[in-house]
Design a binder for this molecule. Structure first.
Ligand code: TTP
Ligand code: MG
Length: 359
């Protein structure tokens, strides 16, 4: 089991806005909004803490932000600068552990269970990481420390900005019991509403529900909710280096030749690979197929797409293209495989999609 894990969640404060204030000191201490201009249909990507006092937050229409604070400074995002700051932050993580999982440009989980830094004290390691991030980038991070991902993530939000918060094993369950379900990571607005309709407002309310009911109402996620109500979360921190690609393949009992049949198998394999990705909260932008003919001669064909591949992607043209210079339909095949690569974290992907709104 995962007893005694030490997980740190790091999340940068007002990330894009902080980079802008660092690079343009004249904006320091002022309400600063990074995102769409007030007269555009764009949205706020983020804003400085000075702007948050006016009720402005991420994803709010810029026009509304302007009404709340007309004197705010609005600037367009500079993704290159954020990417570069993000790289520096990841270099700091890498000094402390091999096991860290970025969730977006400004956020990551670290598993420091086996770290020998600071006699293995996760608290001291987290504080040192904050300091080291500041020394290297001039930016401020908040840190949460606990014994699983769910709690560490909540903890990093508890004391923002420049936060540090520890949830020790003895306090995990009490902590969750008192928390509003809307604050739970993985419970979005729609689920929150559903829960409220069932009278579930806090972690304690959630804990009273049976697993059967939660699964009946929320499907597969029911088990996750059941566990987190008990502060149980066994999800490992996925080492970024391990998740370069996801592959599935199948060897047929009898070799097949029919093109249509082969296309069906490819689609099934793709669906399986996508489900695997989903479980890791990842998306993919590159697709490779592997074909082993009956005589064991093997070929691969790959393609990178302009958008992430999902279950909704129309694969007809993609597969047609990939099979173009092959002997599919003419030669017997004994094995087919699909590999998805160019992986991105889903959260990061969603952020980028939102950014597109004002690009
Ligand atoms: P967050 O960590 O959610 O927000 P933040 O770092 O700006 O502020 P804090 O953590 O202190 O509350 O997101 C990180 C960056 O991702 C943020 O600076 C801008 C971008 N982002 C968007 O573009 N759209 C969004 O809806 C959100 C939430 C973030
Ligand atoms: Mg942040």
């Amino acid at each position: 089991m995962n007893a005694g894990r030490k997980i740190i969640h790091i999340d940068m404060d007002a990330f894009f806005a902080a980079v802008e204030q660092r690079d343009n000191p004249q904006y320091k201490g002022l309400p600063l909004i990074v995102g769409g201009k007030p007269d555009s249909r764009g949205v706020v990507a983020t804003c400085s803490y000075e702007a948050r006092k006016y009720g402005i937050h991420s994803a709010m229409p810029s026009s509304q932000a302007y009404r709340l604070c007309p004197q705010a400074i609005f600037i367009k995002p500079r993704f290159e600068a954020y990417k570069s700051a993000s790289n520096s932050i990841r270099q700091v993580f890498a000094k402390y552990t091999d096991v860290f999982e970025p969730l977006s440009l400004d956020e990551a989980y670290l598993d420091v269970s086996d770290s020998s830094f600071n006699q293995g004290s996760a608290t001291l390691i987290a504080k040192e990481i904050k300091q080291s991030i500041f020394n290297n980038t001039g930016l401020i991070a908040s840190a949460g420390v606990s014994y699983n991902k769910f709690l560490a993530k909540i903890a990093s939000d508890m004391d923002k900005p420049d936060g540090f918060y520890l949830i020790p094993p003895s306090q995990g369950e009490v902590f969750v019991a008192n928390l509003d379900v809307g604050k739970f990571h993985g419970i979005g607005k729609a689920t929150e509403k559903k829960m409220h309709n069932l009278g579930i407002k806090t972690g304690a309310d959630l804990k009273k529900q049976s697993l059967a009911l939660l699964v009946q109402v929320f499907g597969k996620a029911g088990q996750y909710y059941y566990n987190i109500a008990r502060a149980i979360d066994h999800r490992p921190v996925n080492n970024h280096r391990e998740s370069k690609s996801v592959g599935v393949e199948t060897t047929f009992q009898q070799d097949i030749k029919d093109r249509q049949q082969i296309l069906q198998h490819l689609q099934q394999l793709l669906n399986k690979a996508l489900q695997k990705l989903q479980a890791k909260e990842l998306t993919a932008q590159a697709l490779t197929i592997k074909i082993k003919y009956a005589d064991f001669v093997q070929i691969t064909r790959g393609r990178t797409l302009s958008q992430s591949i999902t279950l909704a992607t129309d694969t007809t043209l993609i597969f047609d293209d990939l099979l173009k210079n092959t002997e599919i339909g003419q030669r017997k095949v004994r094995l087919l495989g699909i590999t998805l690569s160019s992986l991105q974290n889903q959260t990061q992907f969603q952020h980028y999609q939102q950014m597109d709104l004002f690009m």
